[in-house]
Design a protein around this ligand. Sequence first.
Ligand SMILES: NC(=O)c1ccc[n+]([C@@H]2O[C@H](COP(=O)([O-])OP(=O)(O)OC[C@H]3O[C@@H](n4cnc5c(N)ncnc54)[C@H](O)[C@@H]3O)[C@@H](O)[C@H]2O)c1
Length: 249
Amino acid sequence: MRLKNKKAIVTGAGGGIGSAICFDFAKEGAAVICMDINEESANQTTAKIREDGGKAIAMVGDVSQESAAEDAVKLAVDSFGGLNVLVSNAIMDLEHGPLTEIDAEDWRRVMDVNFNSSFLFSKHAIPEMEKDGGGSIILIASQLGRVARPGRPWYCGAKGGLINMARAIALDHAKQGIRCNTISPGPIETGRYVKNYDNVEHARQNNFTLFDRLGRPDEISPGAVFLASDESSFMTGSDLLIDGGFTAV
Ligand SMILES: NC(=O)c1ccc[n+]([C@@H]2O[C@H](COP(=O)([O-])OP(=O)(O)OC[C@H]3O[C@@H](n4cnc5c(N)ncnc54)[C@H](O)[C@@H]3O)[C@@H](O)[C@H]2O)c1
């Protein structure tokens, strides 16, 4: 019960990595708002946690909307009595290609979901975390926030931005007892990763890791448990890289 008495919001809670984080948080004793734009998957994550005896509430919303951030924070406070952990994890994808081929509206939308949402959720979480005696903000970045791959300017830009924004949040809010870190997963076998390839075998072959395999969501979620827990009490403004050696080469 490393997260006993923790009250958390996880965005993108119906997805591969988001659901694994929700499951591990609940197993460790946290109460979790499982937020996703996809109602069915948010409900699935929540139902599984409840079946296993954990505490979770599903919430449907679009992370790019400020009202969704306000509503999620209010739901945590009203339902759990406060908030001390935020995991900003939701993601949408654009087709891969150089930025000369990207429509400006598509660029704005993808940045709203993949980057600006972390601003909105942090903005509304921080005052409640302060009231609750402090908290931990975890922004899910990527190894592609450190290095680049072809055809992903929108992704590399957003993820690199998250890593440095976390440092800035850490600086501004340390005195309020609020820590902010990023996790940078490497290639992880989720539906999202696989859909970039013809089939799952092809995706697995294209792993670019030193172990010659894709990672699993449950190899990322323990990092989130650590950053959410008081075990990481001296850690802020850091990026926890869990990438199977992708960036070591
Ligand atoms: N899978 C990987 O290889 C990998 C590698 C590095 C980083 N990451 C990061 O991990 C995080 C999770 O990725 P994943 O692979 O589990 O993705 P996923 O597609 O499995 O999950 C993403 C979830 O976000 C939700 N979502 C999309 N748009 C939303 C919106 N506007 N509002 C609310 N929810 C929305 C989706 O419905 C989905 O449930 C992302 O931030 C991603 O960039 C993943």
